[in-house]
Design a protein around this ligand. Structure first.
Ligand SMILES: Nc1ncnc2c1ncn2[C@@H]1O[C@H](COP(=O)(O)OP(=O)(O)O)[C@@H](O)[C@H]1O
Ligand SMILES: [Mg+2]
Length: 354
């Protein structure tokens, strides 16, 4: 059995265990989903991670401040979140209280009950990477590192990914050591994982989070384009107990760039989008002209994306930058007689052009 949905990974581990199928440790699978449990497992298993408090009420948050345990900047995030929803970088106690309220806003999937706790985490400086891994019978293969471009400011929405990222071998060894500890800490024995790390200029590697699933945000497609490896087939092979095929058959590079709204309002036009081609296999808009759009509180607010492939990081990044510069996104203020959030309407892309 298999899921690509992070919210379902704990129940999948239970079902696999009950049926005797290859899966993850059901006693630990919740820690690959719930960041409060994850933080405890990381501490116990020697994973280097930001120092973390979990708080259930504003009073508990204020007590942390009163006892001098809050340092700034810090990161507030929901214990049960995903997709950067409800994650805020805060610089003061006042911001921490409003960030705590914001962290409570995201809703889970399928009506699942959410853990009301909020994590208050030390801010880790550095450059963000993820590691894409496939584990079978407790042995992990790391397909690649992914370089992540993340928005600065209060909300760290992911703006782009590029892979495979190259790091000096000794730094890569440090990263993989942490990732393997994280994989073991949350009981991943059979399946994919996506581990997000922050690499400080001094080479220290801090694990931000791990999910027992393939990386989202087109990372699976980037792996297929750049390395010629089908990560979904690999997940199926692991789920079925078959040998996995992870040897790269290509030696390329692939990147995705996400389009975002400059401010909240109504999407009026998008011009200059790239055409699909051999080097630009995917161009996709998630929002239609006339849709309400938001600025950047979470990954789900992104407007669309395009993928660029090529022989190496420099070529692909330069091409992607060039294409990105040609895109113009016009957003006009929202007025009350227009359609609101969540109302179903036919997509209208007539104002989009190359
Ligand atoms: N402790 C931290 N220090 C620095 N940046 C962080 C920290 N925690 C989260 N972030 C930033 O916020 C983003 C989203 O947080 P994350 O913990 O990955 O939550 P989610 O499960 O919603 O992706 C991360 O990709 C990273 O850019
Ligand atoms: Mg994340």
């Amino acid at each position: 059995m298999l899921t690509t949905n992070e919210y379902l990974t704990p129940v999948l581990a239970e079902v696999c265990a009950a049926l005797g199928l290859p899966g993850n440790d059901p006693a630990l699978a919740g820690a690959a989903r719930n960041k409060a449990d994850m933080s405890r497992r990381f501490a116990r298993c020697g994973v280097t991670a930001p120092s973390t408090h979990s708080v259930a009420t504003e009073d508990e948050l204020l007590r942390l401040r009163a006892t001098g345990q809050l340092t700034y900047p810090s990161v507030n995030k929901p214990a049960d979140g995903a997709g950067s929803a409800g994650v805020t970088v805060v610089h003061s106690a006042a911001e921490a209280v409003s960030a705590m309220r914001a962290a409570r806003e995201p809703r889970g999937m399928y009506g699942m009950p959410l853990d009301p706790r909020i994590l208050v985490q030390e801010f880790a400086e550095g450059t963000e990477y993820s590691v894409e891994s496939i584990t079978q019978n407790g042995v992990s293969s790391h397909l690649c590192l992914t370089r992540k471009t993340v928005a600065g400011g209060a909300h760290r929405v992911e703006l782009g990914h590029g892979l495979p990222a190259a790091l000096p071998p000794e730094v890569e060894t440090t990263v993989i050591t942490q990732v393997e500890r994280a994989i073991a800490a949350v009981g991943i024995r059979n399946g994919a994982s996506h581990t997000e790390v922050m690499l400080a200029p001094d080479g220290q590697c801090v694990v931000i989070e791990i999910g027992a699933r393939l990386g989202a945000g087109q990372i699976g497609f980037l792996i297929a384009h750049a390395l010629g490896v089908d990560p979904w087939a690999a997940c199926l092979d692991v789920a079925l107990g078959r040998a996995v095929h992870l040897a790269p058959t290509r030696n390329g590079y692939a990147a995705v760039r996400f389009l975002t709204s400059p401010h909240p309002g109504r999407l009026a036009s998008v011009t200059g989008l790239p055409l699909t081609s051999h080097r630009v296999p995917t161009v996709h808009m998630r929002k239609a002209i006339g849709d309400r759009v938001d600025d950047l509180p979470h990954n789900g607010a992104r407007l669309g994306y395009f993928v660029v492939t090529g022989p190496d990081a420099d070529t692909v990044d330069a091409h992607a930058d060039d294409l990105f510069r040609q895109i113009r996104i016009e957003v006009v203020p929202h007025t009350h007689n227009q359609l609101g959030w969540g109302q179903v309407r036919p997509a209208n892309t007539t104002a989009m052009s190359e």
